[in-house]
Design a protein around this ligand. Sequence first.
Ligand SMILES: Nc1nc2c(ncn2[C@@H]2O[C@H](COP(=O)(O)OP(=O)(O)O)[C@@H](O)[C@H]2O)c(=O)[nH]1
Ligand SMILES: [Mg+2]
Length: 344
Amino acid sequence: MECGLIGLQGVGKTTLFQALTAHAVPVQVGSMKPNIGIAAMPDPRLERIAEFIPPEKVIPATVQVVDIPGVPSGGGASSLNQVLSHIRNVDAIVHVVNCWGEQDAASDIASMEAELILADLVVAEGAVDKAARATRSGDADAKKRLSVLERVQELLSDERPVRSGDWDEGERAILKSYGFMSAKPVLLVANVGEDDVEGQSEAAKAVQAADVNTVTVCATIESEISEMESADRADMLASMGIERPAIGVLAAAMNEVLGLSTFYTAGEKEVRAWSIPREVSAPDAAGTIHSDIQRGFIRAECYHCDDLFELKSEKAIKEAGKLRSEGKGYAMQDGDVVHFLFNV
Ligand SMILES: Nc1nc2c(ncn2[C@@H]2O[C@H](COP(=O)(O)OP(=O)(O)O)[C@@H](O)[C@H]2O)c(=O)[nH]1
Ligand SMILES: [Mg+2]
C-alpha cells in the first residue's frame, strides 16, 4: 500500500515526508523525481503488547510514502503529466495544505482538486469512446465499463470528484483500473505554523471543515522531533505541552483512508505489527508474513490485544478460555494477536 503526498509547491510535502520517514531517505529538493520512503507506524498498542511479552525487538508496521513534486508554475504540460502519472499509481492521497502565514487554504484545495478532476475528465472521455466502440463489437464487459465511465464523466463535468459517487465493489475495481485520481481516498493535512500547533488559524479551520478526513500537523516541528533521540524528544514534547507527536495521528489517519487494520505477532524474539486490508482471511494475513505460512496454513491461534492488557499474560488468557483457534474462513479483526500454525 502506498500513500502519495501531493499539494502545491512549497506547502511542506518534503518536510512532512522527512518527518514520516525519520530522515531515512536523502531527499531531492526541487527535482521532478518523487522521493520514496517507508514510514513506520507509531502504535501505542504495539508498545503495550511489548510490555507484557518482552521481546528482543519491537517492529512497527510500515507504509510506503511517496513525496510527489508539486506542479511548478509555468512548467508546461509535460511536467504536469509527469506529476499526474505518479499520483495515478498511489492507493491513497495525502493532500498537504499550507496553513501557516496568510494563505487562502480553501482556494488552494480547490485548485489542486480541479487539476485532478480535469485530468480525470480527459482520461474518462477517451475511455468512454473506446468502451462505446467495444460495446458495439459485442464485448459484454465493455457495457459495464461504459455505464461506469458515463457516470464518471457526468460527475467530472459537474466539477465533482469521482469519489463523491456511490460505487459498489465491482465498480470500484473498474475505477481503479483507469487510475482516476479523484476516486482515490484522500486525507487533507493542515500544515500549521510552529506558533499554531492547535490549528486555530482561518486557513487551518478551512481545512478542518472539509468533508473528507483531515489532520492538523506542523511539519517543521514533526521533522525536528523525528530526528531526535527519544529522551530529547520527550523533553521537547513536554516543553510544548504535546502528549504525543502528531505524526502518530497522521499515520493512524493514513491507515484509516487506506482501509487498513493491524494485527500483531508476539514472541520472545520480536513483537511486531502488520498492516492488512480490513477483514482479510487468516490465510491471507499469514501471507503478508510469508507465503509458506499461507500455503501451509493449518489454523490461527489468536486473542485480542485488549485481553492481554486486561489479563496480563498469555497463560492467563488461555486459562480464561480466551485463546481462540480460528480456521481458514476467519476474517481477521483489528487488534488480534496471532500465532499461525502451518505445515509445508
Ligand atoms: N513555518 C512553517 N514552515 C514550513 C512548514 N512546513 C514546511 N515549511 C517550510 O516551507 C518550505 C517548503 O517546504 P517543502 O517541504 O520543501 O515544501 P514542498 O515544496 O511542498 O515539498 C521550507 O522552507 C519549509 O521549511 C511548517 O509547518 N511551518
Ligand atoms: Mg518538495
